[in-house]
Design a binder for this molecule. Structure first.
Ligand code: FEO
Ligand code: CA
Ligand code: CA
Ligand code: CA
Length: 592
C-alpha cells in the first residue's frame, strides 16, 4: 500500500471540475472519441441513420437506443488484443419522445406511440455486438463485421434452468414455457470466464398493460414486481403478448439473466432461471479458489437485495463446450448484512427453512419465479437500491453500488444502510473469506462487510463520508456502475447527480487500498440529462469505453427541442445515446 508520503491518491490525472453542460468533458490530457451512436449501422444491409425515418426494419439492423452495459471481448477469443475486439452493448430502454417527432415532452409521450413506432422501439431494445478496430489511434466499427449481431425484443431466446417449462411461464404462443421472444430492459451485465456475455433484465414490468388484477399473479407476485395495469409504453395496445388480458404469464418470462455467445452469431441466447427472477441490474463473476464460479447480482429497487449464484460444478478452462450449461445448476444465495459486520449468504433452496409448500413454494421453480418473496422469508437485508455488484479482481472484495433510497425512514435503519433519507447512495464492500490472498472463497456462505464511502457533498449532505482529502470536485452522487483498472482501483459511474447543485453525472476513480483508499476523483462528466454507464477497459488499460445513455432526458426536452444535441450537434439531429472511447493523448495506461 502507498505511504502517506506518496500523496493522497495513486491516480495520475488532473481532476476535472464539476459542471452542467450540453457537452461532455474529460480530465486534461485525454481524448474522447465517439465509437458508435444510436442508429449507426451494425448489420451489412443496415440503412444509414435518418432521424425522420426510424422504422423497425432499420432499427433491427442498426445500433439500438439507450446503451448501458458495455463489454469488450478481444479477438480472437482468449487473446488480450486491445486493438481488435467485440463491443457488446445493452440497449436498456427507449425515450420514445426523443426518438420520434411530434410526441412532445415527458415520458408519458411514450403512450402515444403508434404500432409502427412501438415496433421500432422493440427493435431498438436488446443488444448489439459490433466488431471494433483501433487503427492510427482511432476506434471504429468494422462495417458488416462477420460477428456483428443485433438481439431485439423479437429475437428467439430459450428458457433454461429449473423454472423452464413451468406452467407459470407458459403462454398461448409458447405452450412449452421454454421459448420466449426477446430480452427487455437490459441494464448492466457481466461476462463469464468461458467468454460468454450475461445480460441483466431489469425493469421488465414497465412494458405490460391490461388487467393485472385478473391474472391470478397479482396478490403475492405481480404487485411485488410492480407489474400493474398501467404501462409506461404503448406496446400492450399494439402487441398481444404485452397485454395481460391476453397473455397473463408473459411477465414471468422476463426479469432473468440471459447468457449468449458473442463469438457465435447464430447461437441462441438462454435465460438462466437458476439465477433468480428480479429486477436484475448486473451479473459479475468471480472464480472461487476451488474452481466454481460465483455470479454477484443486485436487485435494483428500494429495499431489495444483493444475491450471488454459485455453480454446482467447476468451470473447465480448456473445454468451452463443457461450460455451456454450467449456469443451469447451482445455488442462489441472498445477502444478510449483520450489524456487527458479519455477512451471511442465505441459500434459496426449495424445502429448506421456510421455502416449503406450506408457504406456497411447490418446487425450486416457484422459489425462483418468486425470488423476492423467498428472500423476504429468509430474512435478507433490504438495501438502498443495489446496482452494480462487482468483484475487484485484484483483491476479491466485492463492491456494491447502492444508488439511493429516500424512503427508508428512521424505523428501518441498519448499519449497512445507515441513512434515513439516502438521496446520494453509498458503496459497501462485501469481503469473502481469503480476500486479499490467492485463495478467495466465493462459495462460502459467510463473509464480512464494510462501508467504502457514503456519497453526497461532504459538509452539506448529512452523513457523507469520504477520504479526508476528497476535493470539492471529487464527491459523487448516485453510484450505479463500476469497474476496476489493472491496479485494482475502482472507477464509479453515476446516475442521478444533483443538477440543482450544478453537477452532471460522471465517472470517478479511487484507490481501494493504501493511503488513497476511498479518495474519489472526477475523470469524466456527461452531457446534460445523460447517465454514465459501461465503464469498461481494454485489457491493456489504455482505453476506457463508456456508454452515455439518455442524453437530454430532462423535463421539457423533446425530439424537436432537446436540451442537448450531443454528440452530433447538428440542426434537426436529436441527441443520440452513444458509446465513447477515452484514451490518453500520446498513449499510455489511463490513471497510471
Ligand atoms: Fe438500469 Fe438499475 O439501472
Ligand atoms: Ca444501472
Ligand atoms: Ca460493472
Ligand atoms: Ca441507471
Amino acid at each position: 500500500p502507498a505511504a502517506e508520503s506518496d500523496g493522497p491518491s495513486s491516480l495520475g490525472f488532473t481532476e476535472l471540475s464539476h459542471r452542467l453542460s450540453q457537452r461532455d468533458a474529460v480530465a486534461p490530457g485525454h481524448e474522447i472519441q465517439t465509437v458508435i451512436r444510436w442508429g449507426d449501422p451494425v448489420l451489412a444491409d443496415a440503412p444509414a441513420f435518418d432521424p425522420q425515418a426510424v422504422t423497425a426494419a432499420a432499427q433491427a439492423q442498426q445500433f439500438g437506443y439507450n446503451n448501458d452495459y458495455v463489454d469488450y471481448l478481444p479477438l480472437p477469443h482468449g487473446s488480450q488484443n486491445s486493438e481488435h475486439g467485440l463491443l457488446v452493448v445493452n440497449h436498456e430502454y427507449t425515450n420514445t419522445n426523443m426518438m420520434f417527432p411530434g410526441l412532445g415532452a415527458g415520458r408519458s409521450a411514450a403512450l402515444k406511440a403508434s404500432a409502427a413506432q412501438a415496433a421500432a422501439e422493440m427493435a431498438a431494445h436488446g443488444m448489439s455486438v459490433v466488431e471494433l478496430r483501433r487503427e492510427g489511434g482511432r476506434w471504429s466499427p468494422v462495417a458488416a463485421g462477420r460477428l456483428n449481431r443485433r438481439i431485439t425484443a423479437e429475437t428467439p431466446i430459450r428458457i433454461g434452468g429449473p423454472a423452464a417449462g413451468h406452467e407459470r411461464l407458459r403462454t398461448n404462443a409458447d405452450p412449452t414455457g421454454t421459448q420466449v421472444l426477446g430480452t427487455l430492459n437490459n441494464c448492466s451485465g457481466g461476462n463469464t470466464p468461458w467468454g460468454t456475455v450475461l445480460t441483466a433484465e431489469e425493469n421488465f414490468n414497465v412494458y405490460f398493460g391490461g388487467a393485472a388484477a385478473t391474472t391470478g399473479e397479482q396478490k403475492d407476485h405481480y404487485r411485488r414486481y410492480g407489474i400493474l395495469s398501467e404501462s409506461l409504453y404503448s406496446w400492450s395496445r399494439h402487441t398481444d403478448r404485452f397485454n395481460l388480458d391476453k397473455e397473463p404469464n408473459e411477465p414471468n418470462r422476463f426479469g432473468w439473466v440471459v447468457e449468449f455467445d458473442p463469438y457465435d452469431p447464430t447461437s441462441v441466447p438462454v435465460k438462466r432461471t437458476a439465477l433468480g427472477h428480479f429486477k436484475h441490474e448486473c451479473c459479475n463473476h468471480a472464480i472461487s479458489a476451488d474452481g466454481r464460479v460465483a455470479i454477484y447480482m443486485g436487485d435494483d429497487e428500494r429495499f431489495e437485495y444483493i444475491y450471488k449464484f454459485v455453480t454446482a460444478r467447476r468451470w473447465h478452462p480448456t473445454d468451452r463446450a463443457a461450460n455451456r450449461d454450467l449456469l443451469d445448476e447451482g445455488t442462489l444465495f441472498v445477502a444478510r448484512c449483520l450489524d456487527d459486520g458479519r455477512l451471511e449468504w442465505l441459500p434459496l433452496v426449495h424445502g429448506e427453512g421456510p421455502l416449503t409448500a406450506a408457504n406456497g413454494f411447490a418446487s425450486q421453480a416457484e422459489v425462483l419465479i418468486e425470488t423476492r418473496r423467498a428472500a423476504d422469508l429468509l430474512g435478507a437485508t433490504p438495501m438502498d437500491r443495489p446496482e452494480d455488484v462487482e468483484p475487484n479482481p485484484l483483491t476479491g472484495r466485492i463492491y456494491a453500488m447502492l444508488t439511493n433510497n429516500t424512503a427508508r425512514g428512521g424505523q428501518r435503519l441498519d448499519r449497512a444502510n445507515p441513512r434515513a433519507a439516502n438521496a446520494h447512495g453509498h458503496v459497501v464492500e462485501l469481503i469473502p473469506p481469503g480476500a486479499g490472498t490467492s485463495q478467495v472463497d466465493h462459495v462460502a456462505p459467510v463473509g464480512r462487510w464494510e462501508i467504502f464511502l457514503l456519497a453526497g457533498k461532504p459538509g452539506v449532505d448529512a452523513g457523507a463520508r469520504y477520504h479526508r482529502a476528497t476535493s470539492d470536485q471529487g464527491w459523487l452522487s448516485c453510484p450505479d456502475n463500476c469497474t476496476f483498472d489493472r491496479k485494482g482501483r475502482i472507477w464509479i459511474a453515476t446516475d442521478g447527480a444533483p443538477s440543482a447543485a450544478g453537477v452532471a453525472d460522471g465517472l470517478y476513480a479511487a484507490d481501494t487500498a493504501g493511503y488513497g483508499r476511498g479518495l474519489t476523483r472526477l475523470f469524466y462528466q456527461a452531457p446534460t440529462g445523460a447517465e454514465v454507464c459501461g465503464p469498461c477497459f481494454t485489457p491493456d488499460g489504455e482505453t476506457i469505453f463508456l456508454a452515455i445513455q439518455h442524453p437530454g432526458e430532462e423535463a421539457g426536452s423533446s425530439f424537436e427541442r432537446p436540451t442537448t444535441r450531443w454528440p452530433d450537434f447538428q440542426p434537426g439531429m436529436p441527441p443520440r445515446p452513444s458509446v465513447i472511447a477515452i484514451t490518453r493523448k500520446g498513449g499510455g495506461e489511463i490513471g497510471s
